[in-house]
Write a protein that binds this ligand. Structure first.
Ligand code: UDP
Length: 326
């Protein structure tokens, strides 16, 4: 079976992809610095605790392992933090990816899947967003990923054997329906997790950041995708690369969105808790609407999402929140 190196495989999305690939019989090695990940989340393959800033160590590991492909998740992911600490984002997301790519290039490892983001689009002119839309990030997080996409494009043009697929994630949410893994951050900032933790009583109230956006109810609209459907997108992207597909970029979302207020209402319904909510000023760096046009992923890679249902997404996250293993 093929060998896959997964950076950030102990994190939220990475661990779901490791589980999906492990179930299919892939041989796996996760490299993770455990800054936000958990060793218990890695259900298949080996885990080495290492940081991508340590290029020599990474090179030794990869040279020994000789993967057929690399899936690169390891990154910092909070828009608001990136506005406060841009250098952290350019270091972790851009410079460390450059380290990894240099190592892969030196070792002749040529299949690469990259965790990109809808944040590369900034405030898009057209909704739903196609992959051909302008790359115009409005926060350092999006910019840090956009730089990598450019590097990947240039590298694949310079070296025709190097092929990559960049997956632009919209708002990833939910947890493993089997309850083994889910999101577990010390200071979660994402809407669904904050709402559920408020329902649980871990936070006093949920703040709605901005009610004056140009949307029907004034709150931001996002395309929430279940983490297992996103994991499936990685599996098919990997398989298509391994069977010789050219480099490409795909949006990962369902193609429709929900406002912050709609998410809050659904979270109240699923949990049965009428938790306190307060309207607050806008959060810096947030675009009003991000909804994917995912027809390319559906048509070209034959992606068939199974969990396009906000209530189901929130139910799986709630189940995890109540029965966490780490
Ligand atoms: N949001 C909110 N309250 C929170 C967390 C998030 O109102 O406690 C809003 C946020 O401003 C954005 C949307 O929910 O409009 C989605 O934010 P999230 O951090 O979940 O994901 P992002 O879109 O930033 O990746």
């Amino acid at each position: 079976m093929k060998k896959v190196l997964v950076t950030g495989g102990a994190g939220y999305i990475g661990s779901h992809v490791v589980k999906s690939l492990g179930k299919k019989g892939y041989e796996l090695l996760t490299i993770d610095n455990l800054s936000t990940g958990h060793k218990e989340a890695v259900l298949y393959g080996d885990l080495v605790v290492a940081d991508l800033s340590n290029k020599e160590k990474i090179k030794e590991l990869i040279k020994d392992y000789k993967p057929d492909a690399v899936i690169h998740f390891a990154a910092s992911i909070e828009v608001a933090e990136s506005v406060q600490k841009p250098l952290k984002y350019y270091r972790n997301n851009t410079a460390n990816t450059l380290n990894l790519l240099e190592v892969l290039n030196d070792l002749g490892i040529e299949n690469f899947i990259f965790s990109s983001t809808a944040a590369v689009y900034g405030n898009p002119e057209q909704i739903p967003i196609k992959e051909t839309a302008d790359i115009n990030p409005i926060n350092p997080y999006g910019q840090s990923k956009a730089f990598v996409e450019k590097i990947l494009k240039d590298l694949s043009q310079a070296n025709k054997n190097f092929r990559y697929i960049s997956l632009r994630y919209f708002n990833v949410a939910g947890a493993d329906p089997e309850g083994q893994i889910g999101q577990s951050y010390k200071n979660p900032t994402h809407l669904i997790t904050r709402a559920l933790k408020t329902a649980k009583g871990e936070f006093e109230k949920l703040y709605i950041f901005g009610t004056d956006y140009p949307t029907p109810d004034g709150t931001c609209i996002r395309d929430y995708i279940h983490v297992n459907d996103l994991a499936d997108a990685h599996v098919i992207a990997l398989e298509s690369l391994l069977s010789g597909r050219d480099s490409d970029v795909f949006n990962c979302g369902y193609g429709h969105g929900y406002s912050v207020k709609e998410v809050v209402e659904t979270a109240k319904k699923v949990t049965g808790v009428d938790f306190p909510v307060e309207e607050a000023p806008r959060r810096p760096g947030d675009p009003a609407v991000l909804v994917a046009d995912s027809s390319k992923l559906r048509k070209e890679l034959n992606w068939k999402p199974k969990f396009d249902d906000l209530e189901f997404i929130i139910k799986t996250a709630w189940n995890w929140e109540l029965n966490k293993r780490f």
